[in-house]
Design a protein around this ligand. Structure first.
Ligand code: COA
Length: 376
């Protein structure tokens, strides 16, 4: 059949599925709206980046302060929502599964959920951008049996995440480091979760449903779940001396080493370089320099033996661990930053929408004769 001629069998590798002006990856350069990620990580705030991803330009001073005010007004979790969330189970529950449900709860309590005007969607986007990190911190407090900490409206998203997670104010340096992590994770072209968000948005489903699709896609270990697996791997290896024998065995068993390789970057992930420096500094600060040393050794051997380079998940694991973020919250933390990118993709999809409806190449049996149940 003619339509099967250009069929892509697995993973849509190399397929350009839509036009986008949100983020681009060319060789080892990642840009958001044309600005290179290293520049944004060094100079911008996460709030500025969220504005950039949604508006196609950096905000000026007035625009940024107005945007931060809008975010600040939503910087809270309402008591009725917290009451429902406090009833959800937290033990034996993956935090991403909890987050997926919590975002659905937010939708049920959003008075504008049924309003699909672009103004209402922008307000919902602001709400989700602020509240998703707060939900992740609230989950941690619920499962520890601790009271949920209300955020400070005049502080930023990164600061408030660390504050509401721990219940104490983070240092300026730590808040800035986490802000940089959020910038690095904010968007990444047409990755699996952004695509999932766009596919759901393309049917003109609502903004919350599109975000829930994205969260569901990010949960998988081949996407956002890898950073959690990296930390588990480092704990399993145990010490610097054990890195080489552990890796040799894992590779001989054809195991995938989490945090290495990438579908698009074949010459290195620029985000990993920023995070590598941060990992060295923060593991030393938190008194666990061996975690960085083990990571660096793994990195070296993977490059030498397999030609595989670390991706964003590799060094973010030890960075988050140094920030005392529990390992199983690494992927929800990823979602807390990626929400701004997902929303940018949803808006872009709606600005030039056509429903995604690809075809499947038929490889099954042909024209079988139906047999009545008693004859089978
Ligand atoms: N460890 C060991 N080998 C790896 C590897 C890894 N992390 N990543 C890729 N490879 C090998 C594959 O085994 C395969 O080898 P083969 O050709 O001998 O079979 C080859 O490299 C190509 O890998 P493939 O899985 O086809 O690449 P992909 O483009 O489909 O997948 C990833 C990309 C990211 C899903 C993949 O590299 C991976 O699973 N990495 C670990 C998970 C991870 O860190 N995910 C976060 C991504 S940001």
């Amino acid at each position: 059949m003619e339509i099967y001629e250009n069929a892509v069998d697995k993973g849509l590798e190399g397929v350009v599925a839509c036009s986008t002006a949100i983020s681009s990856i060319v060789d080892a350069t990642l840009c958001y709206r044309g600005y290179i990620i290293e520049d944004l990580a060094a100079n911008a705030t996460y709030e500025e980046v969220a504005y950039l991803l949604w508006n196609d330009c950096l905000p000026d001073k007035n625009e940024l302060s107005q945007f931060c005010e809008e975010l600040g007004r939503e910087m809270k979790l309402d008591a009725n929502i917290l009451k429902v969330l406090s009833e959800l189970p937290t033990s034996n529950v993956h935090p991403m599964a909890w987050l997926r449900s919590a975002v659905s709860v937010l939708a049920l309590y959003d008075q504008e959920a049924q309003d699909d005007s672009s103004e209402a969607n922008r307000r919902k986007a602001i709400r989700m951008t602020v509240k998703i990190p707060l939900l992740v911190a609230a989950f941690q407090r619920f499962r520890q049996g601790l009271p949920v900490v209300q955020p400070e409206a005049d502080k930023g998203i990164a600061w408030n995440f660390l504050y509401t997670l721990e219940g104490k104010e983070p240092s300026d340096q730590l808040a800035r480091d986490f802000d940089v992590c959020m910038i690095l994770h904010a968007d990444h072209e047409l990755n699996c979760s952004a695509f999932a968000a766009r596919v759901t948005a393309s049917s003109l489903s609502d903004i919350y449903s599109a975000v829930v699709s994205a969260i569901s896609a990010l949960k998988g270990p081949l996407h956002g779940g890898a950073n959690e697996q990296v930390m588990k791997m480092l704990k399993e290896i145990g010490s610097l001396e054990d890195v080489e024998p552990w890796l040799e065995k894992a590779l001989s068993e054809k195991r995938k080493i989490m945090g290495f390789g990438h579908r698009v970057y074949k010459n290195g992930d620029p985000r990993a370089k920023v995070l590598c420096e941060m990992s060295e500094r923060l593991t030393a600060w938190s008194g666990q320099p061996h975690l960085y040393q083990m990571s660096a050794r793994l990195d070296q051997i993977m490059q030498d033996s397999k030609g595989l380079l670390p991706n964003v998940d590799f060094y973010s694991a030890t960075v988050y661990d140094s920030m005392k973020i529990p390992t199983d919250l690494f992927t929800p933390v990823f979602a807390s930053a990626r929400i701004s990118g997902w929303l940018g993709h949803i808006f872009e999809q709606w600005n030039n929408n056509r429903i995604y409806r690809p075809r499947g190449r038929w490889i099954g049996k042909e024209r079988l004769e139906y047999k009545l149940l008693e004859e089978r």
